[in-house]
Design a binder for this molecule. Structure first.
Ligand SMILES: *Cc1c(COP(=O)(O)O)cnc(C)c1O
Length: 384
């Protein structure tokens, strides 16, 4: 069975985890800051904070941005549910901005129009979370310009985009955002089993992220309200969580980071081969833009007119040939939980059109040329 995505664990990764297990520290040791430095370096950001998952990263990012009850978060309907749920965790309202028909990322035109309407009724968002779907950066200059004008905080959901670039700058450099969030789930470019990170250039934000990661507890005397009466003293100054990453995971992450560019280069190669060998089939191939170099987390095709099978038929034919696929994503606003908040069919038509015919086909660093040949041949057989 060829899955749509898979981790790539090498001997050096195994050795790094074993070394962590044999070390003094299973958590809160030196591997966490080592992994954080590797992420900050790769992204060109001043700070990186690692946490227990990408979802935890989104949650603490929203908290650090000051999102709370009465607040408002906007994101893309074509994303994993966590990009929206993080707003709900904070007690804020959540709304969506439809996607661009060419890139499947948040449409800057739709965002501008929605902001204009929101300003008229006095309900502008506090936080906007654009999602770099499949690894392709959103139009961050466009979103950044709107953030300046309307005063919202931008948190990039770059769970798909580690190793990608935007205008030749790594995703995660936060040139047009306050924070960028990553995930290290096994299907993502780099894995720690479960894990996540936030990058930022703002030292105050980085400090708040660390505070929310560990119960809201600080040992920094500068943040104390009271007076330390001994070396044991600490204060809980916010309501935080235990969202820490273990040293076992961080050791794996730091080891994986040494291969990030190799991982992305291999994914790029696979994407280029799909581009050339699937051309001519009744499909729209994965989008590219002039501004971005994708991290190629996913390779998304869409059914075009003239196909003899529909999307479900294609997925079934591929499954028969031992090839796994997935749909990224069911529009979040159509999930029962969000429907219960008042959303429904027709709210975000471009996202709904995308959902009707999109399919993610296998792409991951460990996919061999022979395996990719099988995928290509099965696609041709199904679509010709
Ligand atoms: C994976 C993912 C998340 C959540 O990350 P976890 O590490 O699984 O919690 C959030 N947003 C997007 C777009 C993702 O792909």
């Amino acid at each position: 069975m060829i899955p749509y995505g898979h981790q790539d664990i090498g001997d050096a990764d195994v050795d790094a985890v074993v070394a962590a297990l044999r070390s003094e520290w299973l958590t809160q040791g030196p591997a966490v800051p080592r992994f954080e430095s590797a992420i900050a370096d790769a992204c060109g950001a001043a700070h990186a904070v690692v946490v227990a998952s990408g979802t935890a990263a989104l949650h603490v990012a929203c908290l650090a941005a000051g999102l709370g009850p009465g607040g408002l978060l906007w994101t893309s309907p074509i994303t994993f549910v966590a990009s929206a749920n993080c707003g709900r965790y904070c007690g804020a309202d959540v709304d969506f901005v439809d996607i661009d028909s060419a890139t499947y990322c948040m449409s800057v035109t739709a965002l501008a129009a929605k902001l204009e309407a929101a300003e008229r009724v006095g309900r502008l968002p506090d936080v906007v979370i654009p999602v770099h779907l499949a690894g392709l950066s959103c139009d961050m200059a466009g979103i950044g310009a709107l953030a300046q004008r309307y005063g919202f905080t931008v948190i990039e959901d770059a769970c798909h985009a580690l190793g990608g670039t935007y205008r030749d700058v790594p995703v995660g450099a936060c040139q047009y955002s306050c924070m960028t969030v990553f995930s290290f789930h096994p299907v993502k470019a780099v894995t720690t089993g479960e894990g996540g990170a936030i990058t930022t250039n703002d030292p105050t934000i980085a400090e708040r992220l660390r505070l929310f990661r560990t119960h809201g507890i600080t040992k920094d005397p500068a943040l104390f309200e009271g007076i330390a009466d001994g070396p044991w003293y600490y204060e809980q100054v916010e309501l935080g969580f235990n969202y820490r990453m273990t040293d076992i995971q961080a050791a794996l992450g730091a080891s994986q980071m040494t291969r990030l560019s190799a991982f992305v280069a291999r994914r790029e190669e696979i994407a280029a081969r799909y581009d050339s060998e699937l051309a001519g089939l009744p499909l729209s191939l994965a989008p590219r833009t002039a501004d971005a170099r994708s991290g190629w987390h996913l390779y998304v095709v869409r059914m075009a007119p003239g196909a003899t099978v529909d999307r479900a038929g294609l997925a079934a034919r591929l499954l028969n040939a031992g090839i796994g696929t997935q749909v990224h994503y069911i529009p979040v606003h159509l999930q029962p939980y969000y429907r219960s908040l008042g959303f429904g069919v027709g709210d975000f038509p471009e996202a709904e059109r995308y959902y009707a015919d999109a399919l993610s086909i296998p792409i991951y660093a460990g996919l061999s040329d022979d395996q990719q040949t099988l995928v290509i041949e099965a696609m041709r057989a199904a679509l010709r």
